[in-house]
Design a binder for this molecule. Structure first.
Ligand SMILES: C[S@@+](CC[C@H](N)C(=O)[O-])C[C@H]1O[C@@H](n2cnc3c(N)ncnc32)[C@H](O)[C@@H]1O
Length: 421
């Protein structure tokens, strides 16, 4: 039986990204869906045996586990399927020579006026202003300037400096876009038409980012530990990375929540701008490599996972007139995918190594899916002992994709240690 606890912790032990906005490197990109650096440091202090431990995050996102783990002197492997997030995590975790001559390189790019007016975008794209659109994310002058800067950056050497500049440029875009991400979708800014963002706005936003980057690299050019980041699908990837050896002392991660949030869609502007996707088919292929937590593609059906409590919940919502008929299958598939990740964790964690998974309950048609508790059951079936389920907060859910419930939804970290087999 799983015990639910809510112990007192340090104020920065939080499942959200907000405290990171003040921290070197973490602040380079406001990643709404990330967790706090404090969560990583507290997990490391509680569950990693010593400095220099091996830690894995199979849903790396913006790289919080990697940046913070390496800052503390650990060796962190990360897996992330989305090319933009994988790129961000790589740039945030590199060691740099102090000044990195970033200021001069940025100035060189800002002086570039090479003519650039080509956008090859999907026909249905509302990314850039064009005739016939009622709303668009980037004004034409902003988008043209983006291309000009991107083209200038592409000839900067060495690669580490070029990547820093490209990442600074990509992370400047939201500031001068007509909408911003609000954790659910892109929402148009108030009076967006009168904001009149221009090429100059992008230059200013880019220059401000570069100043942050330089300040942070000056403070900590090197992270004490090391990182290795792979772009890949962690459902079928990580347990073989170290020749099937039991390699990791800990696994800390936050898989996408079961709330139909589609990362590929929300990060589509960045994916198109960095040319990691050229069209809708590329985006579809990327979606197929994500955990099945959304319904934006038709997934192959999966066999029921065989957890009675899960089967009951799926049965309860099956005929409830949900906003998508794919939701019951998605819920089963979500846990099948988590099971694959937990199974691999059991194959690569050392005996007594600890896994911490941050997840949240969901509700569909008023029926709560107790994600933390079902995940706990999966851990137990795969040879783990539940150490605790730490409750961070209880929310009313996300009215956008899930359906609200009268009950509060728990956002938790399931902490489980591997008993060996
Ligand atoms: C909740 S976010 C992780 C946030 C991270 N803890 C941070 O602080 O930035 C979940 C991440 O999992 C990634 N993801 C989804 N499916 C994946 C898969 N099959 N393999 C690897 N990463 C995946 C998403 O792209 C997203 O970046």
């Amino acid at each position: 039986m799983i015990h639910l606890s809510s112990q007192e912790s340090s104020p920065s032990f939080r499942p959200d990204f907000a405290p990171n906005a003040q921290l070197p490197r973490h602040r380079w990109y406001r990643f709404k869906e990330g967790f706090s650096a404090g969560l990583v440091s507290q997990f490391a202090a509680s569950y990693l045996p010593r400095e220099g431990a091996h830690l894995l995050d199979p849903f790396l996102g913006s790289g919080t586990t990697a940046v913070e783990g390496a800052r503390l002197g650990h060796h962190v492997d990360g897996i992330e399927t989305n090319p933009f997030m994988a790129f961000m995590a790589k740039v945030k975790t590199r060691n740099y020579t102090k000044t990195a001559r970033l200021d001069l390189a940025a100035l060189e790019c800002l002086r570039s006026r090479k003519r650039c007016d080509q956008f090859k975008l999907p026909r249905d794209s509302t990314l850039v202003e064009r005739k016939g659109l009622e709303k668009w994310l980037l004004n034409r002058s902003v988008a043209l300037r983006f291309e000009q800067l991107r083209s200038a950056i592409s000839s900067i050497q060495p690669l580490a400096r070029r990547d820093l500049l490209l990442f600074a440029l990509l992370s400047s875009v939201e500031e001068v876009a007509n909408a911003r991400k609000d954790g659910k979708c892109w929402r148009y800014k108030k009076n967006w038409e009168s904001l009149a963002f221009s090429s100059k706005s992008l230059d200013e936003s880019f220059a401000a980012k570069i100043i942050h980057f330089i300040e942070d690299i000056e403070i900590s050019p090197k992270l004490k530990g090391s990182t290795s980041i792979t772009q890949g699908d962690s459902r079928n990837h990580f347990h073989k990375a170290h020749r099937n050896e039991r390699f990791y002392d800990g696994i800390l991660t936050s898989p996408p929540y079961l709330n139909s949030f589609d990362y590929t869609d929300i990060y589509r502007p960045e994916l198109l701008l960095m040319k990691a996707a050229q069209n809708s088919e590329d985006l579809r292929r990327l979606r197929l490599r994500t955990l099945r937590s959304h319904v934006q593609v038709a997934w192959k059906p999966s066999e029921p996972l065989g957890i009675p409590r899960l089967a009951e919940k799926i049965e309860a919502i099956k005929d409830a007139g949900l906003w998508s008929s794919r939701i019951p299958a998605m819920i089963n598939a979500y846990f099948v995918d988590l099971d694959a990740v937990v199974t691999q964790s059991s194959q690569c964690l050392k005996k007594a190594g600890t896994a911490g998974f941050v997840v949240a309950d969901s509700a569909y048609a008023g029926v709560v899916i107790p994600v933390g508790e079902i995940l706990g059951e999966i851990f137990e079936r795969r040879g783990f002992r539940i150490e605790k389920i730490h409750t961070f907060r209880q929310t009313r859910g996300n009215g956008n994709h899930q359906q609200q419930s009268k009950d509060r939804l728990n956002e938790v970290m399931v902490v489980a240690s591997f008993r060996g087999n």
